[in-house]
Design a protein around this ligand. Structure first.
Ligand SMILES: [Mn+2]
Length: 432
């Protein structure tokens, strides 16, 4: 007998992987644990008959010759399979996207994709197996749930290809969104209530911030959603949750921001995580929650040197023009450089303005081409000191709507930061 099973507290990715595996192994019996999450329970209340699922108690384990495990490869995450652990003659096949696990087998199909079902869908496509629209819908639900609709940092291109393949197989987005409401269960409610009771607000650099420090036991789903609810209730510009997992001695840091000036993705990147401007997270091992709080406060106030300094990402040397040079000379320099503006300096090398193509629009007569640059340059120059952080630069660019900011050290220009430099940093394209 061949059985397929998955992790307890099963979610859509677990069920999707289970059903997908039963297409790959048509003789196998799919075994769903009794403990499943609330979303899945609602889905199965209607769809159960379609999938011919068994419970662990229906199976006589002695008859099992082959065990297929999907969406986990840890013995302690399986339900009712303890007896199989000791069996020497058992053939085991694993399909999983988690990096950690203790089920030993030589048939491991493990890759850290966004969802486990991605791996199985890829195999189904390869074997040209028939997938019904209902199956495609379930698979896409698993894929979307585990990847946050393809937005989580763990999402790979493979996940998106698999999603496209499933839409091609007529996955129904309307059914999907009905069942894929995010679960807000008792655990989440308890955490939210405790966070609200202990809520504190801080004013940092003119922004209202709340940082909640909580202790949790083991894995809790949907903490990001809890944090977004918290941010709205406490009504702050940005909220952070530092969740210390007592079992694993690690901290999960989750941030949510409602304003452009606080870029959560950038903040989280600086402490080793990732995300996008409105939301992000980081996982820190063996760090004290108070230290993390201090780090966040420092980063938001812009005092903190991030791990990458301005001199690593700025462009230099900078082409500058003397304020007494003619407009014609400046125009030629800009044309040769192929850029839209450059800093203007006085005879001592101090920055006095910026001349850009925009300023040439002010020129009326051709004789103006011989006027000095200082007559037409913009004098409101936004500069940044070389020891400031990248977050500070981004904040200045947003505030003043400028795309290039000269970097100043001891009154001299040492470089220039452009939008594309900050993008390079943001997208991790830094040269080694
Ligand atoms: Mn999964």
């Amino acid at each position: 007998m061949i059985i397929i099973t998955t992790h307890k507290e099963s979610d859509f990715d677990a069920l999707a992987s289970l059903v997908a595996a039963s297409l790959l192994y048509p003789d196998a019996i799919p075994v769903l644990p009794m403990s499943i999450n609330a979303n899945l329970r609602a889905f199965l209340a209607i769809h159960k008959d379609l999938f011919k699922l068994c419970s662990p108690s229906d199976i006589i384990l002695d008859h099992v010759k082959t065990l297929v495990v999907v969406d986990t490869h840890s013995w302690d995450r399986l339900e009712g399979m303890e007896q199989l652990k000791e069996r020497q003659d058992l053939e085991i096949i694993v399909w999983d996207h988690h990096s950690e696990g203790n089920i030993e087998t030589c048939q491991k199909n493990i890759k850290e994709t966004g969802a486990a079902v991605t791996l199985l869908v890829k195999e189904l496509a390869k074997q040209k197996k028939l997938i019904t629209p209902i199956q495609a819908t379930l698979f896409l639900m698993g894929l979307y749930e585990d990847t946050g609709n393809l937005t989580f940092a763990s999402t790979l291109a493979e996940d998106a290809y698999a999603a496209g393949f499933l839409l091609d197989r007529k996955a129904d987005l309307q059914i999907l969104s009905t069942f894929l409401r995010q679960a807000y269960g008792k655990k989440q409610k308890d955490i939210l209530f405790q966070m609200i009771q202990e809520a504190q607000r801080k004013e940092i650099s003119g922004f209202s911030i709340s940082i909640a420090k909580m202790k949790i036991q083991g894995r809790i789903d949907n903490l990001a959603m809890v944090l977004e609810m918290y941010r709205k209730i406490v009504n702050v510009d940005a909220a952070f949750g530092i969740f210390k997992d007592l079992e694993k001695n690690k901290c999960i840091v989750i941030g949510r921001s409602n304003i452009d000036e606080i870029n959560i993705g950038l903040l989280m990147k600086t402490i080793g995580g990732g995300g996008h401007p409105g939301a992000g997270s980081a996982l820190l091992k063996q760090v004290n929650p108070d230290t993390i709080e201090e780090m966040l406060v420092e980063l938001i106030s812009g005092n903190q040197q991030s791990s990458v300094s301005l001199s690593d990402i700025m462009s230099h040397p900078v082409v500058i023009v003397n304020e007494d040079a003619t407009i014609e000379e400046a125009a030629m320099m800009l044309r040769d450089l192929g850029c839209s503006g450059m800093p203007v300096v006085d005879k001592n090398g101090h920055i006095t303005g910026v001349i850009s193509r925009r300023d040439f629009k002010k020129l009326r007569k051709s004789k103006h081409m011989q006027s000095p640059v200082k007559a037409f340059m913009s004098r409101n120059v936004v500069t940044i000191s070389h020891d400031k952080s990248i977050i500070e630069v981004v904040r200045l660019m947003i505030k003043h709507d400028v795309g290039r900011i000269p970097v100043i050290q001891e009154d001299k220009i040492v470089g220039i930061i452009t939008r594309s430099d900050t993008m390079t940093y943001f997208y991790d394209l830094l040269p080694d």
